[in-house]
Design a protein around this ligand. Structure first.
Ligand code: 5RP
Length: 265
């Protein structure tokens, strides 16, 4: 691996082989998402506990202190919205020149396997990989499902992850599924991080799917709403960190969450 590529990846994936990425890129198609109306304010207290943040260039430039040393994963796909015709019809929004200018450690983009725009999104990924590899910038592919959350099952996710890796993604972000997640990871020759999806009912549920996903081979998470839409986002990210980097069980993470929430830590 070229030095630049290895250096960038090592900023994202920690020495223990694990990673906690914090995405705040939701506005690129959802507008001012709840609790992300002012992304700078949302992310500031959480930054110390994230291994990297994922966001668009517009939010990076306007909401993040340029003196930060936090690695940046730049979302470089978009061009659709919640109210538009089809979320799958994304293109590449950001030039590699801008990626380098912004000193990003990686870029991310969505692929929409099985959609009307499958072909375009897969070629977008391939072309992005061609360009980014030239400069030693890793591409993280996001296996997106748009509004069709029911697609999140092992056979489909395994298909998406493998295709993303075959086309050259250095990291793949995909959803966790209760059954067969180990097959999703096994079929993907590059590191897999778990996406969150809409906020779930309880904190314990989050700790459980992260813990189980890691046991089954994921290296960590790229988790947004289940962190910053929680009433206690700092407690949440600290507890998630304990599962990822300290091998806490879900119960131990819940105890940690509760004690931080109650001001005992
Ligand atoms: C959208 C994204 C988001 O970064 C992703 O959905 C992760 O955030 P959340 O945990 O809130 O789902 O890539 O396609």
């Amino acid at each position: 691996m070229d030095w630049g590529m290895e250096n960038r990846l090592s900023r994202l994936i920690q020495p223990d082989g694990r990673a906690l990425f914090l995405p705040i890129d939701h506005g690129y198609f959802q507008g001012p998402t709840r609790k992300l109306e002012e992304p700078g304010k949302t992310v500031e207290p959480l930054l110390p506990y994230a291994d990297a943040i994922m966001l668009t260039r517009g939010i990076l430039r306007t909401c993040v202190d340029p003196t930060t040393s936090k690695p940046i994963i730049l979302r470089v796909s978009g061009g659709t919205s919640m109210v538009g015709e089809d979320l799958a019809n994304e293109g590449i929004t950001t030039s590699v020149r801008d990626v380098i200018r912004l000193n990003a450690s990686a870029v991310s983009m969505s692929i929409f396997v099985g959609s009307k725009y499958e072909h375009e999104s897969l070629l977008n990924l391939s072309n992005l990989v061609n360009e980014c590899e030239e400069y030693g910038v890793p591409v993280m592919a996001v296996t997106a499902v748009g509004k069709e959350l029911e697609k999140r099952e092992a056979r489909y996710l395994a298909l998406c992850c493998r295709i993303a890796a075959e086309l050259g993604a250095r990291v793949v972000k995909t959803y966790y599924c209760n059954e067969g997640f180990e097959k999703v990871v096994r079929g993907c020759p590059v590191p897999v991080v778990i996406a969150g999806g809409p906020k779930v009912e309880s904190e314990l549920e989050v700790f459980e799917f992260i813990h189980d996903g890691i046991q089954k081979g994921a290296i960590g998470v790229n988790l947004g709403r289940n962190v910053w839409q929680n009433e206690h986002p700092v407690a949440m990210i600290k507890a998630i960190r304990s599962v990822i980097h300290e091998d806490y069980t879900p119960k131990e993470a819940q105890d940690l969450f509760d004690s931080i929430k109650e001001g005992k830590q």
